[in-house]
Structure formats: structure tokens, C-alpha cells
Design a binder for this molecule. Structure first.
Ligand code: ZN
Ligand code: ZN
Length: 293
């Protein structure tokens, strides 16, 4: 297959999938499009009915910017670049592995395990990989510039969940691909139910609602914990940040990067000199590629 054929085929597949998905919400067990709308409406209802910061407007600062980010990252980015990029780079990567004498896929094969076992390992591992990548996004100077988009939120609300630079997609998905698909040969795709759960928790983490799920806070990331991740001023003991959890909070408790000194309802959010950070979508998009001042 030529490169062009490969890209065309990937787009055809994705376009077919999109048409099916929009036309039939229960296609493949569920539609991501309707899921995102449903979860967003649910989180927004919580913000309206039981707000944590009562004076915060229901159309908070950057609400529409974040709503745009949400659909850009979830759909447009996939439609425009990611489908082509990932199928071509997977092909290229597998060819490279074969050349240097390594397996094209599946260094370890764990498909002999029962499905529920694979499911649990997949979920834990995927979450841990994402936690590790998130730590790296804070520790590496260039990656931090990419991740700053997410931290440029100054008024927290549910839609901030998917406000991030598209490069994050590339970094996270490459790490997930390398470990889960190439190394462990997981055939199990992120199933719809699992994905729905992670989107729900991710949305809630950013929702303006006073929630920590009681004793489950040691397992699940939550709004009262994640608000501290966005703190403008970092404590001396966590110079690179804290509370890096994505869906689970266990990794932060395990690696002692947890930090909730008091109720973080009104703490200032962002980073130093956030006043100088670009405010528009396109300027934020090119910011990481600009030379440091
Ligand atoms: Zn972060
Ligand atoms: Zn966040």
C-alpha cells in the first residue's frame, strides 16, 4: 500500500464511522458525540444547581473557548490530522521494529488471560501511563509549554477538561500505543463503557461542584483534589506540581504527590505571569512553538 492509499483508507474509515455515529447514537454500543453532550449537560446542571463558587457565572470566563476546545480536540483534530498521522506512523514504526529484529507487535502477549483480567490490567495500566505522562508534561520544559494551555484556566468549570493543546493528544497516544498495543498487544480497545467512565470523571474533576466521593477519594480523582492541581502558586515541597491523577487518584497517594492542604474553593488558578499568556485559541496553538522570551 502506498502512503496516499493508507491515508485515504484511514479517512474513509473515519468518515464512515462519523456518519454512522451521528446518525445512530447506539452504534457500536454508544456514540462518543452524544456521550460528550450528555456528560457535559449533566456536569453543567450540577454547576447550575449546586455550585461550589456560588458567585461564578454559569457562562464563566472562557466558557465558549473551552467548548470549542472540547469539540476541536474530540472531533475536528481527529478528523483533520490524527487519523492519518497515527495510521502512517504505526506502519512506519512496525517496519522499523521489524528491521532491527524486534517484533512488529506484542512483545508480551497476555491474551491468554480471561477478558475481565485483561480489562482490569488495561484500565489500571492505561491510567498509570497517563499519570506518568502528565508528570512529564510538568517536568519537561517544552512539554510544560504545551501543557500550559490546560493550566491557563483561571475560572474552573466542566468544559476546561478538554481545553488542551493537540500536541498532548500525540504525546499521550504515543505512550499508550507503545506500552499497550506494541509491548503488550492488547486487542482490547478502550471500550465504550470504560471511555464513558473516564470522560465522566474527567469532566467532574473540573466541574464547579464541591465533591470528593467520600472514602472513594483515595481511589478516584475528584474536583476538590484536582482544583489544587491548577493552583497558581506551587508549594515548596511540590515545585513541579501535584495531584497529577487522570481518572484514579491512587498513583498520587502511592507516589506522595497528593496535596490538599485545605478547601481549595477560592484559590487563584493558573501559573506565574498568566496575565501575559495569549487568550485566543490560535495564539495558544502556536505558543509552544515560539522561542522563549
Ligand atoms: Zn497538569
Ligand atoms: Zn485539569
Amino acid at each position: 500500500m502506498t502512503w496516499l492509499e493508507m491515508i485515504t483508507r484511514a479517512y474513509e474509515g473515519y468518515a464512515n464511522y462519523l456518519v454512522k455515529e451521528l446518525g445512530n447514537p447506539m452504534n457500536n454500543g454508544g456514540s462518543y458525540f452524544y456521550l460528550l453532550i450528555l456528560v457535559s449537560l449533566f456536569a453543567w446542571c450540577l454547576e447550575i444547581m449546586v455550585p461550589w463558587r456560588k458567585e461564578q457565572s454559569i457562562f464563566r470566563k472562557d466558557f465558549f473557548l473551552d467548548a470549542f476546545y472540547m469539540f476541536f480536540n474530540f472531533f475536528l483534530f481527529n478528523l483533520i490530522i490524527f487519523v492519518a498521522l497515527s495510521s502512517v506512523s504505526e506502519h512506519f514504526f512496525q517496519g522499523l521494529m521489524a528491521k532491527i529484529g524486534l517484533p512488529r507487535k506484542g512483545v508480551f502477549d497476555i491474551s491468554f488471560l480471561p477478558l475481565w483480567g485483561q480489562f482490569i490490567i488495561y484500565f489500571l495500566l492505561a491510567d498509570f501511563i497517563q499519570w506518568s505522562v502528565h508528570v512529564m508534561l510538568h517536568r519537561n520544559r517544552w512539554l510544560w509549554k504545551v501543557h500550559q494551555v490546560h493550566h491557563s484556566v483561571v475560572e474552573m468549570g466542566f468544559a476546561a477538561h478538554l481545553r488542551y493543546h493537540w500536541m498532548e493528544n500525540v504525546v499521550y497516544k504515543t505512550a499508550l500505543y507503545l506500552v499497550l498495543s506494541w509491548f503488550l498487544n492488547f486487542k482490547l480497545e478502550y471500550t465504550f463503557l470504560m471511555h464513558a467512565f473516564t470522560i465522566l470523571i474527567g469532566h467532574l474533576n473540573h466541574t464547579n461542584v464541591r465533591l470528593d466521593y467520600g472514602p472513594l477519594k483515595y481511589v478516584l480523582n475528584n474536583p476538590k483534589m484536582h482544583i489544587w492541581h491548577h493552583a497558581k502558586k506551587l508549594p515548596a515541597e511540590h515545585p513541579y506540581g501535584m495531584n497529577f491523577g487522570i481518572t484514579l487518584s491512587i498513583w498520587d497517594y502511592l507516589f506522595r504527590t497528593n496535596y490538599i492542604p485545605y478547601d481549595g474553593r477560592d484559590i487563584p488558578l493558573g501559573f506565574e505571569e498568566i496575565e501575559k499568556y495569549p487568550k485566543s485559541f490560535w495564539r495558544q496553538l502556536i505558543e509552544p512553538f515560539k522561542k522563549s522570551r
